[in-house]
Design a protein. Structure first.
Lengths: 303, 221
């Protein structure tokens, strides 16, 4: 089985790519945020060239130019932590970091380093909804054919979806502690993932309440279908029409009208890594799913 | 088929009149809950949000007691086989849905009257919006409850399973209904809330369609 090596390599790649790149804004960011918060120091990746003593010409990664006052610079390229001086229209250097890696992440005010969560949290949430969808798909196939295997697949997918759903909740809530101040804020999307957990907990409760195997398979298939048709309401509709803390809610300024979450503030490179991570998690799900199916099948043969 | 389902409704109505089990127990349940609420609130002034929430909590749990009985009672009395013989599963589903809908409307009206009578802070400015909310809410609640009642009638511990299964599915609906009730208490006009009603219509439409298609699998078990 070569798939596991492929998934392993992909995960190593995703983890490296999501932690190595530094956060880097551009000069416009520095100008804008320095006027709001005077203590704010913003990292900018760029190249400098000397004009005169202690005065440099600074070109950032997007090609914006500016004057930079600094002393004792030995490196010409890297990440410069800048502040903007409004009255004299120049930048001052606070800290320097050598960095030659070609990818940087955009500077998002209020998020900064914490923006990296999107590379893990969103793919996990996506995989959980995908797993529930596949669970419903096998539920439908079970009702059509009454083949025991489909029921096994439906349960396995639902339990994996539940696991990924818990992962999404836990990663999100740890992140929320540091960004929003508390572990749980009853934001619409938090509410909806809570209901999703409740629904599939109810699904397992229903399964344990019925003894006869065929009846269990049939009723839980019906419940998984009914449960999944209501999922779009609280995954896609309610978080978009109500105001909340997550990107994509009704009062989100970066995507008016509540657009897809992916739009908000991600640069091209970041988006590529995001989709790489999405593929990695999806493949991981399918790999565990086939393994689980094989395990249950072997256990059944043993009995 | 619709005509036949009205016969099922009529049959349920008659059997309800005969022993008055579910309606009487529902009324008592509502009275008890409101009494507990009154004692816990005391002379406190509570906000509109809490009033709207409490109203739908009472309706939801009363519905839990009443609607879950629809198929369980058939199983207990042993009349399932006769029903299977006399008509198709779709007809029975529609009949039960209609019965549940009527029960829900009556129930929420009853809760409303009692609530209005006992709670001083519960003042509604836009009665039209409120009654439309009650009717749409009853449609939504009964659409999800009927199929879940059918599912639990085949399971073993029926009493506890019903709220567990129905609550997460009904929660998006309850959130919308609480919002609507609040706006009717503030006195917003119905035109501002059309989106919410569209949501309820699509929600109950999807649920009724799916359960209509799936009921056959549960019923012919």
């Amino acid at each position: 089985m070569k798939l596991k090596y492929f998934i392993g390599i992909l995960f190593v790649l995703v983890i490296l790519l999501s932690f190595i790149p530094k956060i880097s804004g551009n000069l416009t960011d520095v100008k804008f945020y320095s006027t709001i918060d005077t203590t704010k120091i913003i990292p900018v990746k760029g190249v400098i060239s000397e004009i005169s003593n202690n005065l440099y010409k600074f070109i950032d990664k997007d090609g914006n130019e500016g004057k930079l006052y600094a002393s004792n610079i030995t490196n010409k390229e890297g990440i410069f932590y800048l502040k903007y001086n409004e009255y004299e229209n120049h930048f001052t250097l606070k800290k320097f970091e050598k960095n030659t890696f070609f990818i940087t992440f955009p500077f998002i005010p209020g998020l900064e380093e914490k923006a990296r969560i999107i590379l893990f949290h969103v793919p996990v949430a996506w995989v959980s909804v995908l797993a529930f969808l596949i669970s419903m798909f096998y539920g439908i196939r079970y009702l059509k054919s009454e083949n025991y295997e489909f029921d096994v697949k439906s349960v396995n997918s639902a339990s994996l979806g539940f696991l990924f759903c818990i992962l999404a909740t836990v990663t999100g809530s740890i992140w929320a502690r540091f960004n929003w101040g508390s572990f749980w804020n009853w934001d619409p999307r938090e509410t909806s993932i809570f209901i999703l957990l409740l629904i599939y907990a109810a699904y397992f409760a229903l399964r344990s309440a019925i003894e006869v195997e065929e009846k269990k398979a049939k009723l839980s298939a019906v419940y998984s279908i009914i449960a999944f048709v209501t999922v779009p309401f609280f995954i896609f509709i309610l978080p978009r029409i109500t105001s909340g803390l997550h990107p994509g809610s009704a009062d989100d300024l970066s995507s008016p009208g509540g657009g897809p979450v992916i739009k908000s503030g991600m640069s091209f490179e970041m988006r590529i890594i995001f989709f790489l991570s999405l593929i990695a998690f999806t493949l991981l799900y399918f790999w565990i799913f086939t393994l689980k199916n094989r395990v249950t099948e072997l256990e059944r043969k043993k009995i | 088929m619709i005509k036949e389902s009205f016969f099922i409704l009529k049959k349920d109505y008659k059997s309800e009149l005969r022993n008055r089990y579910s309606f009487n127990s529902l009324l008592l349940f509502v009275i008890i809950t409101i009494t507990i609420l009154l004692f816990s609130i005391g002379l406190e002034d509570i906000s509109l949000d809490i009033h709207a929430g409490l109203f739908w909590i009472i309706v939801f749990f009363a519905a839990t007691n009443g609607l879950s009985r629809t198929f369980v009672s058939e199983e207990e009395r042993g009349t399932t086989l006769v029903l299977k013989l006399i008509s198709e599963s779709g007809t029975i589903f529609l009949g039960k849905l209609l019965f549940n809908l009527c029960l829900m409307v009556l129930l929420s009206l009853f809760v409303f009257i009692l609530y209005l009578f006992f709670m001083n802070g519960f003042l509604i400015k836009n009665y039209f919006l409120f009654f439309v909310t009650i009717i749409f809410g009853s449609i939504g609640l009964s659409s999800a409850s009927t199929i879940i009642a059918a599912i639990i009638s085949k399971a073993s511990n029926k009493g506890t399973l019903y709220p567990i299964l129905s609550f997460p599915i009904l929660l998006p609906l309850l959130i919308i209904l609480i919002g609507l009730t609040k706006s009717s208490m503030i006195g917003k006009s119905i035109i501002n809330e059309l989106n919410q009603f569209l949501l309820i219509i699509s929600y109950s439409g999807i649920l009724i369609t799916v359960s209509f298609l799936l009921f056959d699998f549960i019923w012919k078990d």
